[in-house]
Design a binder for this molecule. Structure first.
Ligand SMILES: Nc1nc2c(c(=O)[nH]1)N[C@H]1C(S)=C(S)[C@@H](COP(=O)(O)O)O[C@H]1N2
Ligand SMILES: [Mo]
Length: 263
């Protein structure tokens, strides 16, 4: 029985990727035991990436791959450097037009009503009140030109503006020792991320694209933009944010994509 169909992952030279990763670990991790462990788990992570390309009909194989992928999440979490910045680009390098992508076609993009919109914030936060768009626009904004990388094999440079997510989390009194921040969207999309990435200085609650309010196709009224993570980890049309210690997966993650999803 076919459990699910994985979409094609990018063609990567696995050996080159692994060699790079091991070099990186060699440079960054000082303790020999931890270094050796990370190098081992990364080999498995590389395997998971490769095997993710083929469709498995065997539930036990799937279960094993899921375990490997979760181990890879742990390794990626350790490797994640909260101070390391993703590259930024000059505005002249912005990809025009910027590609649209979703699990449906552009004709089915969700239209969220601005006047009635209120962002829900729940879970491990002190202040659970809902946020209107004008309230979010009144917070200090910043913008950045970064590269979005989609596992379907394309990447593009775009400019997003909005509220640094760390500022927002502090403003709502989020418990930043919690493990996860989860997102529910206006379509059937959902995802969750690790707290260190949520607090990363380049993680933005994006309200604009290229200086204009985020158009519907790019996720109106807001998306979470993380240049340190792959495209599918960046939820568009966010309706609800929750802070939690309970793992809640994601739309693609629950179909076999790696949960950490770092780029
Ligand atoms: N709500 C929602 N968010 C989503 C998706 C989606 O289908 N629905 N697709 C993800 C994927 S796989 C990608 S590559 C990006 C595409 O964002 P873009 O349309 O701004 O290029 O959105 C991500 N966030
Ligand atoms: Mo994607």
């Amino acid at each position: 029985m076919k459990l699910f169909q994985r979409r094609a992952l990018p063609t990567v030279d696995a050996e080159a990727v692994l060699a790079d990763a091991r070099k990186l670990i060699g440079r960054q991790v000082e303790q020999p035991a931890r270094r050796a462990f990370l190098q081992r788990t990364l080999t498995l992570g590389g395997l998971s990436l490769l095997t993710g390309c083929s469709i498995s009909d065997d539930p036990s194989v799937d279960a094993a791959l899921t375990r490997i992928s979760r181990l890879n999440d742990t390794a990626q979490g350790w490797l994640f450097n909260p101070k390391q910045l993703a590259p930024t680009y000059p505005e002249s390098m912005i990809t025009r037009p910027f590609p649209f992508n979703a699990y449906y076609g552009e004709e089915d993009v969700r239209e969220v009503d601005e006047a009635s919109y209120k962002l829900e914030v729940t879970g491990m936060v002190a202040d659970k009140r809902r946020w209107t768009l004008p309230e979010l626009r009144a917070m200090a904004q910043t913008d950045q030109v970064t590269r979005h990388i989609c596992v379907e094999g394309w990447s593009a440079i775009g400019k997003w503006g909005g509220v640094p997510f760390a500022d927002f989390l502090r403003r709502v009194g989020a418990d930043t020792t919690a493990k996860y921040v989860g997102f529910k969207c206006a379509d059937d999309y959902y995802t969750s991320i690790d707290m260190p990435t949520a607090l990363h200085p380049q993680t933005l609650l994006a309200l604009t694209y290229d200086g204009q309010p985020l158009p519907p196709k790019y996720g109106f009224p807001m998306k979470l933009r993380m240049p340190t993570k792959l495209g599918y980890k960046n939820p568009k049309h966010i309706l609800a944010i929750f802070v939690s210690n309970t793992y809640s997966g994601g739309y693609w993650e629950d179909q076999g994509y790696n949960w950490f999803g770092g780029s």
